[in-house]
Design a protein around this ligand. Structure first.
Ligand code: ZN
Length: 667
């Protein structure tokens, strides 16, 4: 029977001190969060207007302005608050905390007597509350604010936002469910949020409400069709008849392919995996396995981007992965990180952590400019200025990161993920005495967690200090130059003289050769306890014990499945977890004329740039075809030798605007 193998660690238990990630965490705390705060308060003149905080002021009766923005504008404030909560665990900041508390007070004032909280419907259309779950995102906004409330409570110990959101969750619970009003959200999010709220409060009604929303999806009669018939008004020009768009084509336990809006899909699957672990639901776990497989083995870009079509921001069909008309929303890669993390909790298996790493180092990081002030919504693998962002089918593929968006879901999503990165790096096994909570409707006791764990999992290689309760208490210090260098050193310091526990470390799927040493002694590879891509080292650890891993990290040629039409005959370059790309800035224009010979030697070289900082570049001798005057010719084009300079994909688009491509024809 499926059950959680590990539980979430408190963010404060892993302090990141890492050459690669500390830069991003500092960027978010010092630059991105204050920048986004100014935008939410409409204090920056030359960016897309937000008005999100003003909307709360209007709903609270403190301003007589007009509501402005998307119907889900509240969620921008929620995600920002969640990021602030996590950032306070990295860097206490009493002034920021006070300003966030003031916003929380305002949110409380915008809450209605009956617990309802949503500024759009409070200000604009109070008579239409809860009538258009398909389009209007009330449950989505509630979910994000619940996540913020849980994060705020866990980071600061304060219940101010938690109290507000428990009232809203109670309001939702009073309305929706079996024997009450039927309903499911068009944009999933409330499901995963209610599970977090359940764990934060121990209130089983929130678990059962989450399960209701998950179980009800895809059942007959089709909720969205019924809703549309009954309400007779629309918000967007959409209707509820597309059963793929909101993953409504079958009950979730019968679903076998990832469909529709890719962010919605990821948020649903994340909740399904979480719920499967909470209630030990084998059929839900099996559905999650099928959906994970459908997502990452047939519909995912090399970068961990998902959703190949702008129409519906959605998945299309298997192996349809165009590089230039792609969607691959930053939020979708973030959602994939969430989904993979929850799957990992149920089974320590590198098929999940490898995907988490791929998305994180490529498709998520590419969403943010290196200075933290511009953001991509769409993350292409090929860009041609003049075509990208201009021609009708390419309009959405903007070659340069904008400062902000009218629909600003991605920027604060990056902030909250990067400030909570600790929770993705490490895991602790669940104690033997942990019990499953009762399924919906029964009267058993809630889960009880214990204070011991016998295995700690290192999922990502990030430098820092992890304080774990393993073996009665231990500190594990990690030092690494990852992702530039494949050496990782764990130094163990138990609280007592010796402590027995298992240190389980992922061996990445991209690695063909590695060495392991314990206290300087190289271990025989054949004697290693390797299971599902994790190396298990069980021993009685004493002060200063060192486990060192050394991953061979050559530049690799990576090929797509031949069923991916767009990558036929092409190769991509990777080193460690990083995908590389060619940019016009380093290689000149007309990148489609570049050919990489099969026998060309690929070298990794240290590089540095005033904008990009220090990084490892990939260089290779290649060919460049000379375009002739004729559109078609019996003569093959002439070729001349050229030297390619490839940069990590996450750094693209930071310098002058120009061409970019990941896949290169191989000859
Ligand atoms: Zn987004």
């Amino acid at each position: 029977m499926v059950k959680k193998q590990e539980h979430e660690i408190p963010l404060t238990s892993f302090r990141i001190e890492d050459d690669f990630w500390s830069y991003f965490q500092k960027l978010v705390t010092d630059v991105v969060i204050p920048y986004q705060e100014q935008i939410l308060n409409d204090e920056l003149p030359d960016v897309e207007k937000s008005h999100a905080i003003e909307n709360f002021r209007i709903a609270a009766g403190k301003s007589d302005g007009e509501y402005y923005g998307m119907v889900f504008q509240d969620s921008d404030v929620a995600k920002w608050l969640e990021a602030v909560a996590y950032s306070l665990t990295l860097n206490p900041n009493p002034e920021l905390e006070k300003r966030a508390d003031d916003i929380i007070e305002l949110i409380g004032q915008a809450q209605q007597e009956d617990g309802y909280l949503n500024t759009y419907f409070t200000v604009k259309e109070p008579e239409h509350r809860w009538q258009n779950l398909h389009d209007c995102h009330e449950l989505y906004c509630a979910g994000h604010m619940i996540e913020a409330a849980v994060a705020w409570y866990e980071s600061t110990g304060k219940t101010n936002l938690l109290d507000i959101m428990c009232r809203m969750a109670d309001h939702i619970d009073n309305r929706f469910g079996k024997g009450k009003v039927r309903g499911i959200p068009g944009h999933e999010e409330i499901e995963l949020a209610l599970l977090r709220l359940y764990r934060a409060t121990g209130e089983e009604r929130y678990l059962h409400l989450s399960q209701y929303f998950i179980d009800e999806r895809g059942t007959q009669p089709d909720y969205f069709e019924e809703e549309e018939k009954n309400r007779g008004w629309h918000f967007w020009s959409k209707d509820g008849s597309d059963k793929n768009y909101a993953q409504n084509y079958a009950p979730v336990r019968e679903q076998d392919h990832a469909t529709g809006h890719s962010v919605r899909a990821m948020y649903l699957y994340t909740a399904m995996a979480d719920l499967a672990g909470e209630i030990h639901d084998e059929s839900l776990w099996q559905a999650c396995l099928r959906l994970f497989d459908s997502t990452v083995n047939r519909q995912m870009y090399l970068t961990g981007g998902i959703g190949s079509s702008v129409h519906g921001e959605a998945f299309t069909v298997d192996y349809d992965l165009p590089n230039d008309t792609i969607y691959a929303e930053t939020c979708a890669s973030i959602g994939l990180v969430f989904f993979a993390r929850r799957m990992l909790e149920l089974k320590p298996d590198r098929r999940f952590s490898d995907v988490m790493e791929r998305a994180l180092y490529n498709g998520v990081l590419s969403g943010m400019q290196h200075d933290g002030k511009r953001f991509f919504y769409v993350n292409p693998l090929e860009v041609i200025p003049g075509l990208s962002g201009v021609q009708p089918e390419y309009k959405h593929v903007i070659p340069k990161r904008p400062k902000w968006y009218a629909c600003a879901c991605c920027p604060p999503n990056v902030s909250r993920l990067l400030t909570s990165l600790s929770a993705y790096a490490w895991g602790e096994s669940v104690g033997q005495n942990d019990k499953a909570p009762s399924p919906a409707g029964s009267e058993n006791e809630a889960a009880a967690s214990t204070d011991t764990c016998d295995t700690v999992y290192s999922h990502l290689y990030i430098g820092g200090t992890f304080t774990s309760k393993a073996g009665g208490g231990v500190t594990i210090r990690t030092e690494t130059g990852y992702p530039w260098d494949g050496a990782v050193c764990y130094t163990v310091t138990p609280d007592s003289a010796a402590s027995e526990f298992t240190l389980a470390v992922r061996i990445p799927g991209w690695c063909r050769d590695f060495l392991v040493s314990l206290n300087g002694q190289v271990l025989d590879t054949n004697s290693l306890d390797l299971r599902d891509g994790y190396l298990y080292v069980n021993r009685s650890w004493t002060n200063g014990d060192q486990l060192k891993l050394s991953f061979d990290m050559p530049v690799r040629r990576v090929y797509a499945n031949p069923l991916v039409r767009e990558d036929a005959g092409c190769v991509a370059l990777m080193r460690g977890p990083l995908v590389y790309c060619l940019e016009q800035e380093d290689n000149g224009p007309q990148l489609q004329t570049v050919r990489l010979p099969k026998d060309s030697i690929l070298t990794a070289e240290n590089a540095s740039d005033p904008v990009l900082g220090s990084y490892t570049a990939v260089r290779a001798t290649a060919l460049r075809l000379t375009p002739g005057d004729d559109l078609y010719s019996d003569e093959p084009p002439k070729a001349e030798e050229t030297v390619l300079h490839a940069v990590p994909y996450y750094l693209w688009g930071n310098r002058s605007e120009g061409e970019m491509r990941v896949w290169i024809p191989e000859v």
